[in-house]
Design a protein around this ligand. Structure first.
Ligand SMILES: Cc1cc2nc3c(=O)[nH]c(=O)nc-3n(C[C@H](O)[C@H](O)[C@H](O)COP(=O)(O)O)c2cc1C
Length: 555
């Protein structure tokens, strides 16, 4: 007789659960037909019946599993294989609630999220028993305090004027605002709560590229209107920029600034297709697109192809908006390409009012993994480069710099300002304030807190009134914390923060100031300096205002 082969043994193990439930179902039928009462010693009759129903159901599931062709796991492990899918489904929750450590960033750590929740709820965010950070770890950063602290300044004064001499209506912005997130990525209620919070706190909400929805206008909070490559809200039927539609919306009193989005850190250079299934009547109306067909946002702007044309476009938007500040947002890719934009500023004499630098660590509703993790320059390097090129070209006084990329705490603001930013934006920080729990389901319309979904039922869970208050408090308490840090450092306004104020541990036995660690170019140095680092010199010399594209300098 042939032995029970290893492969048969393995199959017996894999199929055991399915065979067991079938065996129970058959056994139950036999005992019932012959009126045997043997099972009554172990289980009540009602329980036996419930088990029988389950056994029949699972037996049928097993038949389905071995016959279907989509999931190999289920063909090999009928019935029991479903547990894998169940556990996969709840893995993020198990990880977040039970396994994640306090400082593990996924992408925001529990410590960071808790800080936002506490500030948003007006709960004390002080910590007992000292720091849990390893202050001797390489990369640990700290602000130097002063032996002559000054009185704390009111956070309301932490504002910055945006708009150079070429703009008729400069805007006084808070130094901490809500970064671009579209209606479409976010629910109507999330947009409402963010906007109402911005209104209460006197800061701005960036519309994101999905245009200005009615929910952005209900509460009269300040708006920065972002124009992506799809020109939503100001496009013609072919997707090109429509000046008349732009002028109409730009004239809205709550629109304070116009931001051309070149790209964003989480998916730089990646066009987006909005599938027709997601184009509801309200989305179609807000974006100015037809229903029933996919809508593509190209990866580059159809309105300009060269840096010189981009400057002309900026000037055109300024005129069409009756002189509101116009700037652009980008994540740095090739340094020489950014330099070609700055050369175009020099050549045309047209200066954007601001540049918002986004870091590759930035968030998004949805993007390919390769883009989120391996494309684009992180905020610190990108910000320093933008600051250096503007200073080096002698243009810093004309162009203000904003920064976004995991800015959650007052210290994150300090760090960005020390590297050259004038103000900061946060996207996911404000999402936490409106209730986001980092379930990372923005892309599947199943956001558990109603923040990033278009599902009518789910978004009802987001109470606009209470979340408005949280948005307001998160902003306010963060700036109060900033004012306390500044006072302890002997400073009265964020604009006084300098690279010398910040220290970073570069190795176990050495700390350096930001001024020592990074090379900060001097005013006009790129134009006339003789000691410019080769990296800057090569890229600057290779850049031309005629084209974005320059071959990277060979080593
Ligand atoms: C849900 C979501 C939607 C976003 N939509 C846009 C957008 O429409 N336009 C844009 O420029 N950036 C968009 N961003 C990027 C943010 O504006 C921001 O630049 C980036 O997330 C970095 O900020 P954070 O680290 O505080 O989230 C989005 C981010 C998130 C999380």
């Amino acid at each position: 007789m042939a032995g029970f082969s290893a492969s048969s043994q393995s199959k017996a193990m894999r199929f055991s659960v399915w065979w067991l439930v079938m065996a129970y179902a058959v056994f139950f039928v036999i005992t019932w037909m012959f009126s045997w009462k043997i099972m009554n010693y172990f289980l009540s009759e009602s329980l036996q019946t419930i088990f029988f129903i389950w056994a029949v159901f699972l037996s049928l599931v097993g038949f389905y599993d071995v016959r279907q062709r989509r999931h190999s796991i289920l063909r090999n492990y009928p019935v029991i294989g479903h547990f894998r899918y169940l556990i996969e489904l709840i893995r993020p929750e198990i990880r977040q609630y039970l396994l994640e450590s306090d400082e593990e960033s996924v992408p925001f750590s529990r410590v960071q999220r808790s800080l936002v929740y506490q500030r948003a709820k007006n709960l004390p965010s002080e910590q007992a028993f000292g720091s849990i950070a390893d202050v001797y770890a390489t990369g640990h950063e700290f602000l130097t305090h002063s032996l002559a602290p000054v009185p704390r300044n009111a956070p309301e004064t932490f504002r910055i004027d945006i708009g150079n001499a070429q703009c008729a209506h400069p805007y006084s912005a808070s130094i901490f605002n809500i970064s671009a997130m579209s209606f479409g990525a976010l629910s109507a209620n999330a947009i409402r709560a963010l906007n109402a919070g911005a209104w209460r706190g006197g800061f701005y909400q960036d519309t994101g590229e999905g245009s200005i929805s009615p929910y952005h206008l209900e509460h009269k909070g300040d708006l920065v209107w972002e124009l992506g490559t799809g020109y939503f809200g100001c496009r013609d039927e072919n997707g090109n920029f429509d000046p008349a539609r732009f002028a109409e919306k730009a004239a809205l009193p709550t629109v304070k600034m116009i931001e051309i989005k070149l790209n964003q850190g989480a998916k730089p250079g990646h066009g987006v297709v909005l599938p027709k299934e997601k184009i509801s009547p309200i989305v179609a109306q807000v974006r100015g697109i037809p229903m029933g067909q996919n809508c593509a946002s190209p990866s580059a702007h159809p309105a300009f192809r060269t840096p010189l044309q981009m400057m002309e476009f900026i000037q055109k938007l300024r005129e069409l908006s009756q002189g509101k500040p116009v700037g652009f947002k980008l994540c740095i890719g090739r340094p020489s390409e950014f330099m070609s934009i700055v050369k175009a500023m020099l050549q045309t004499g047209i200066y954007p009012d601001f540049i918002v630098v986004d870091g590759s660590e930035g968030g998004t509703g949805a993007a390919p993994v390769e883009f989120t993790s391996h494309m684009g320059m992180p905020l610190r390097e990108g910000l320093l480069l933008v600051r250096n090129v503007l200073v080096g070209a002698g243009l810093r006084e004309h162009v203000k710099i904003g920064a976004a990329g995991k800015i959650i705490s007052a210290f994150d603001i300090v760090r960005a300002l020390a590297l050259g930013a004038d103000w900061t934006n946060s996207a996911r920080g404000f999402l936490f304030a409106v209730g986001c729990v980092q379930s990372m389901s923005c892309q599947n319309n199943k956001c558990p807190t109603g923040v990033a979904t278009q599902d009518e039922e789910r978004q009802k869970a987001l109470d606009v009134v209470s979340k408005t208050e949280r948005v307001y408090r998160f902003h306010r308490n963060t700036l109060i914390s900033l004012s306390e840090m500044l006072a302890a450092a002997g400073l009265t306004h964020p604009a006084e923060i300098r690279p010398e104020h910040l220290l970073v541990r570069v190795r176990e036995v050495e700390v350096r100031t930001y001024a020592q660690r990074y090379r900060f170019l001097l005013p006009g140095e790129l134009l006339t300096g003789t000691d410019v680092p080769p990296f800057y010199r090569q890229a600057w010399d290779g850049a031309s205002a005629e084209s974005f594209h320059h071959p990277p300098p060979s080593a």
